[in-house]
Write a protein that binds this ligand. Structure first.
Ligand code: MN
Length: 243
């Protein structure tokens, strides 16, 4: 049996091809799967569980059918879908987890993060993150009418797009010291995250011990996932073809 990890699908109604590719992967793998973890930015934008979305409906239907077949499903928040709530998770037959998630992967102590918290050099973003992750801010935002939430979301994404264009590449990536500090604090040998859209397996040394940072890629033109069994963990990708 295996566990599947994916991140940064960035699902939106305008991109049904991504959802079809993801469903194809799930159908291919499901007979061997015990657990599925989606590590955030599952959706390009999430403005509340009451927002109408065809791709969200389709994903909930698919995941809940897998849950009924006995696969455990876990969802984490990303920076784009941190407003995803327990109502939507329940529709998916999934459990909503809050990072850092500690677990055993391939017989090693591991942690799951979305990954944005590791990008500490992006001080503008870290300040913004602190503001919008405040439960009071979230409560006030979700109490606004949907039309207002859509307008605010659009303006925040535009600001984020403009500021990203002015930032140097290294600022948008994880801070290496923050990775090691996080792994030391959490006492893990594997750190699995997405967010940076820089899929890779990084072999690192932490206090004289070999550890790994495994980065999931985003689903823009190909699918990325990690498949772990009791002994191994593999980063895999496949192109979207004729989806
Ligand atoms: Mn992200």
């Amino acid at each position: 049996m295996a566990n599947l990890f994916a991140s940064d699908l960035h699902l939106e109604d305008q991109r049904p091809d991504i959802l079809r590719a993801f469903f194809r992967l799930l159908d291919e793998q499901k007979k061997d799967l015990q657990q599925i973890y989606l590590l955030g930015d599952i959706f390009e934008v999430w403005l509340g569980d009451d927002t109408p979305s065809a791709c969200a409906d389709a994903l909930a239907e698919k995941l809940s059918s897998l849950a009924r077949e006995g696969i455990e499903i876990f969802l984490l928040h990303g920076n784009r879908d941190f407003l995803l709530g327990p109502a939507y998770a329940a529709r998916c037959g999934a459990t909503l987890l809050h990072e850092p998630v500690l677990l055993t992967v391939a017989d090693r102590p591991a942690a799951l993060l979305h990954g944005d918290s590791l990008c500490t050099l992006d001080t503008d973003y870290m300040a913004f993150r602190k503001m919008v992750r405040d439960p009071k801010w979230i409560e006030q935002f979700l109490a606004k009418p949907l039309s207002e939430r859509i307008a605010i979301g659009r303006s925040l994404r535009e600001q984020s797009r403009q500021s990203a264009q002015q930032k140097q590449e290294y600022i948008m990536d994880v801070t290496p010291e923050e990775v090691l500090a996080t792994m030391r604090e959490l006492k893990v040998e594997l750190l699995i995250h997405g967010h940076t859209h820089r899929p890779a397996v990084h072999d690192l040394v932490l206090d004289g011990k070999a550890v790994q940072r495994l980065v999931l890629g985003d689903w823009h033109t190909q699918g990325w996932y990690l498949l772990a069994d009791d002994n191994n963990i593999l980063l895999k990708s496949f192109p979207f073809c004729g989806e």
